[in-house]
Write a protein that binds this ligand. Structure first.
Ligand code: SF4
Length: 355
């Protein structure tokens, strides 16, 4: 471990083998120390958060990934598709409550035309003009390209013209083709996911990246996932944050899977911070990690506690016991009691207020 820490201090990039050594280590304190060194160097004592609102516009999805507890078929009694006017009302309320971002993701609806999504963007921009719209995972973008008959580039350009500002990081899951096939066979491949983000970055649009872990993947496949993201970031520099997402098995087709442990969650946070040397931010997503562990993760490489969220449906369908929102004051208190300086940010990490 000392040799790896020396490499980090001397800005020597870590290899796949180095990443595996980090995962093999049971010295959690040493891992945390290394990750914290990288975090401090990149982000000083700042811990970021955003006042935002999530909107999951439909749970109807043709993919039905095995790990997903949120999606359903169109004839399911819980199936819904939000009318655009309801999304506008939510965005308006969020604006009144001080939100700077609306975060919109949903399932792949079989019948909704591309116009619905364009209209959603246009209406949002017209009614809440200052609000940053972060919407549609690469998986949704690929679906829109398919239903519209447009290229990925033209699909993104159409959405950007209508009001889309940036892409969230969802849908990356795990890039390994075999594991991907066994947990989400209908989903776009890892390479397609990367290509869509590359296209967005080259058009000047920023995005985030995720990794779903704790299902069928090996530690090696996790490190390979991180290295693919690092390689794309070298090329485009378009990623803002990486968000490791522990798998929540309840109510999924993989409900027999054991939940990740706190050790694994903190280790994955630290390894992500150390390996992704070109990512400015690592996010501790409290919705999936749980509030207390998300706070501790601020000492394992994370410099961002995400946001106030409001009304998260995807992880809660999979049995998350966290609340669906935190107030700004609660987030500030969590960050301060972790001995960090809370910084309210916008989506692009401009500092709005330091507390
Ligand atoms: S994870 Fe996304 S693509 Fe897969 S079934 Fe759920 S909503 Fe659909």
């Amino acid at each position: 471990m000392n040799k790896l820490f020396d490499k980090i201090k001397n800005n020597v990039r870590l290899s796949l083998e180095d990443g595996m050594k980090l995962y093999d280590s049971n010295d959690l304190a040493a891992l945390g120390q290394m990750a914290d060194y990288v975090r401090e160097k990149k982000n000083r004592n700042y811990t970021y958060f955003i006042v935002n609102r999530h909107v999951n516009y439909t749970n109807i999805c043709v993919n039905r990934c095995k790990f997903c507890a949120f999606s359903c078929d169109p004839d399911d009694k819980n199936a819904y598709l939000m009318p655009i006017k309801d999304i506008i009302v939510k965005a308006g309320l969020a604006k009144k409550e001080g939100a700077s971002e609306i975060h919109i993701v949903g399932g792949l609806h079989p019948d909704v035309p591309f116009d619905y999504y364009l209209e959603m963007m246009r209406e949002l921009k017209a009614t809440v003009p200052g609000m940053h719209i972060q919407a549609f995972t690469a998986v949704e973008i690929a679906h829109f390209a398919k239903i519209s008959g447009l290229s990925v580039e033209k699909t993104l350009a159409g959405l950007a013209k209508a009001g889309l500002d940036s892409l969230p990081g969802g849908g990356a899951e795990i890039f390994d083709a075999q594991v991907r096939q066994s947990i989400c066979e209908k989903k776009i491949s890892g390479d397609e996911w990367l290509r869509i983000h590359e296209t967005a970055h080259k058009m000047g649009m920023h995005s985030n990246a995720t990794m779903l872990y704790g299902h069928k993947e090996t530690p090696e496949q996790r490190v390979e996932h991180l290295l693919k993201l690092r390689a794309l970031q070298d090329e485009t520099n378009g990623f803002m944050a990486f968000i490791p997402l522990p798998f929540h098995p309840a109510n999924t087709q993989m409900s027999e899977t054991a939940r990740t442990t706190g050790m694994d969650d903190l280790k994955t946070m630290a390894v992500s911070r150390i390996m992704l040397d070109n990512f400015p931010h690592i996010k501790s997503f409290w919705i999936m990690l749980g509030i207390k562990l998300a706070q501790v993760a601020l000492h394992f490489g994370a410099d961002d506690l995400d946001g106030t969220v409001e009304e998260e449906k995807i992880t809660h369908s999979a049995g998350a016991t966290t609340p669906e929102s935190l107030t700004k004051d609660e987030i500030i208190a969590l960050i301060k009691s972790a001995y960090r300086t809370p910084v309210e940010r916008d989506t692009l990490y401009n500092k709005l207020k330091i507390y």
